[in-house]
Write a protein that binds this ligand. Structure first.
Ligand code: SF4
Length: 246
């Protein structure tokens, strides 16, 4: 299967944006959670063979291993390394912070209150993300506007004041159909949970499958209000999110 002309044009545009960002804002880093959109971006960065390869090869690849990820995410992580032969740097939470939080609040405290959920996300995602982004000029993400109400005004390129770098979202105007057509056409590895009703995948205890008609992020922190479905990694100036990852 090959890409439709429209999707091939979108992919080419995204690769040019990535190449320009890597050159203009070096050093750039792409943080992946190995979800569907992130696998598209990884393939755009590392899966083609053309004149952009040299500059795209300078983009660092990083992931946040929260310690609570589903096994299927570790499996697709391994498949991605095998397919693209690129090093993906893992950022793990600070052990003393996790130990202290669990000791005081319990192993699944995120269900107890929004404050404890945010604290857990801060320890396991936000703080490691800050380390992954430190010293970078650009942060590349796989976010799309249509993914949630909190992302509806997402810009392709914007200054991120919190992290002091340029944030690049090459798939901002892609649809879910674009995403999956690209993945199928390019035979890109995907997280097995997607086929089990998980369009958005985070930590195992905080992600569930959704049913027909539910918002694609309804399975993330499903016990909270729909407007709070960010972990702080991609928070806007939002007092509901101190600073947590996707
Ligand atoms: S998604 Fe859940 S388990 Fe993961 S860091 Fe946030 S609260 Fe903790």
């Amino acid at each position: 299967m090959s890409l439709s002309p429209d999707l091939a044009a979108k992919a080419a545009l995204a690769r040019r944006l990535l190449a320009r960002s890597a050159a203009d804002h070096a050093p750039a880093v792409f943080t992946t959670s190995f979800g569907a959109e992130d696998m598209v971006v990884l393939d755009l960065i590392a899966g083609h063979d053309d004149e952009n390869n040299a500059v795209l090869g300078t983009i660092g690849l990083a992931t946040l291993d929260t310690g609570r990820l589903p096994d299927q995410t570790y499996q697709v992580w391994q498949r991605a390394v095998q397919r693209y032969r690129r090093k993906i740097e893992s950022y793990f939470p600070e052990a003393p912070a996790v130990e202290q939080f669990v000791r005081v609040h319990g192993i699944n405290a995120f269900y107890d209150s929004l404050a404890e959920r945010k604290t857990c996300c801060h320890i396991r995602k936000v703080e490691p993300l800050a380390r992954a982004l430190a010293g970078r000029g650009a942060w590349i993400t796989g976010m799309r506007r249509a993914q949630s109400t909190t992302r509806s005004d997402l810009a392709v390129e914007a200054w991120d004041d919190e992290h002091r770098l340029t944030k690049i979202s090459p798939l901002a105007d892609w649809s879910e159909e674009d995403t999956w057509n690209y993945l199928r056409a390019r035979d890109v590895p995907v997280n097995a949970l997607h086929a089990m009703g998980y369009p958005s995948i985070g930590c195992a205890p905080c992600t569930r499958a959704i049913t027909a008609g539910e918002d694609v992020r309804a399975g993330r922190w499903w016990w909270e209000s729909a407007d709070a479905k960010e972990c702080g990694l991609h928070a806007k100036a939002d007092d509901n999110v101190l600073a947590q990852p996707a």
